[in-house]
Design a protein around this ligand. Structure first.
Ligand code: HEM
Length: 267
């Protein structure tokens, strides 16, 4: 490697960031090369790099919540949201591809699909949405399966949040108790400042992932109409069903039950 950047050369931007290696990682399959395939690869790789950073942040955050370091955890969650805001809008770049340009190389991708993004599934699991069916769909990918099994077995951010509330004296044994707890926190924000801020950041994390799903669906329909996906699903029809996924359903439901009657302080 050091040879690549000049033997004994001092550290440089390209050497530190492994730029030569990085720009070799985009291998197109179309031949002759379709103009838009490079964009297609780069946007997916960019997402995967940000997913890596999000997982790094979420893992640390779970640790901080467990240690009761709520200021640190909330600070980190704000970083997560900043990245996610970029991810939500970044999907639109693909809409600069003409649908006909995408069809030039689409068949070459079969049967690969975003459905198999290991890190996206890790994000879902670590945030709070674990699904055994997803785990089974990785049975032929040993590396991904190992990582996903580990995350499936580890406490998620949702688990860490409910344990935190339990340590703070709330009963959170079932869905109804959890909703009731959140209603209490939403009613008296200043009595539970750090926890109030955390539930606000968590619901925004949920909201941003749903926004990503929504923008991805619109982009997919603009490119493909109602064609089936390369991963074998019915495409847009399947993706619409994923809009119902929520990491923290109790946070959303609590808003339905919130009333002004119990309030004793002002926000
Ligand atoms: C032209 C570009 C794209 C098209 C046409 C497309 C199409 C699709 C389709 C049809 C599915 C459903 C599964 C299947 O049958 O394949 C899917 C799933 C998915 N795609 Fe894309 N996609 C595109 C770009 C992206 C990008 C840039 C990402 C970024 C990571 C991405 C991530 C995902 C993920 C994570 C899923 C699984 C969603 C879930 O099951 O909840 N896709 N995509």
């Amino acid at each position: 490697m050091s040879q690549e950047y000049g033997q004994d050369a001092p550290l440089s931007y390209n050497k530190y960031l492994k730029v030569k290696e990085l720009i070799r990682l985009q291998e197109t399959l179309s031949n002759p090369q379709s103009h838009d395939e490079l964009l297609f690869i780069i946007i997916h790789q960019t997402y995967e790099l940000w997913f890596k950073q999000l997982l790094h942040e979420l893992d640390a955050c779970i640790g901080w919540v467990n240690e009761g370091r709520l200021f640190r955890a909330n600070h980190s969650l704000r970083g997560v949201l900043s990245i996610e805001r970029i991810l939500v809008t970044q999907i639109h770049i693909l809409e600069s591809m003409a649908p006909i340009g995408f069809l030039e190389f689409r068949d070459k991708l079969n049967p690969a699909s975003g459905f198999q993004s290991m890190q996206f599934r890790e994000l879902e699991f670590s945030s709070g949405a674990k699904d055994e069916a997803i785990l089974r769909s990785f049975k032929d990918d040993e590396f991904a399966l190992e990582r996903l099994k580990r995350r499936f077995a580890s406490p998620s951010l949702a688990d860490a949040f409910w344990s935190l509330l339990e340590r703070n004296g709330f009963s959170v044994n079932d869905h109804d108790e959890r909703v009731k707890t959140i209603v209490e926190i939403l009613t008296h924000p200043e009595n539970y400042a750090d926890i109030y801020n955390m539930q606000d950041l968590l619901i925004e994390h949920d909201e941003l992932i749903i926004s990503w799903r929504y923008n991805h669906i619109q982009m997919v329909e603009r490119m493909l109409g109602m064609k089936r996906g390369t991963g074998g699903s019915e495409g847009v029809g399947y993706l619409m069903t994923t809009l119902k996924k929520k990491f923290y359903p109790e946070l959303w439901e609590a808003r339905t039950h919130l009333t002004i009657n119990e309030r004793t302080d002002e926000v």
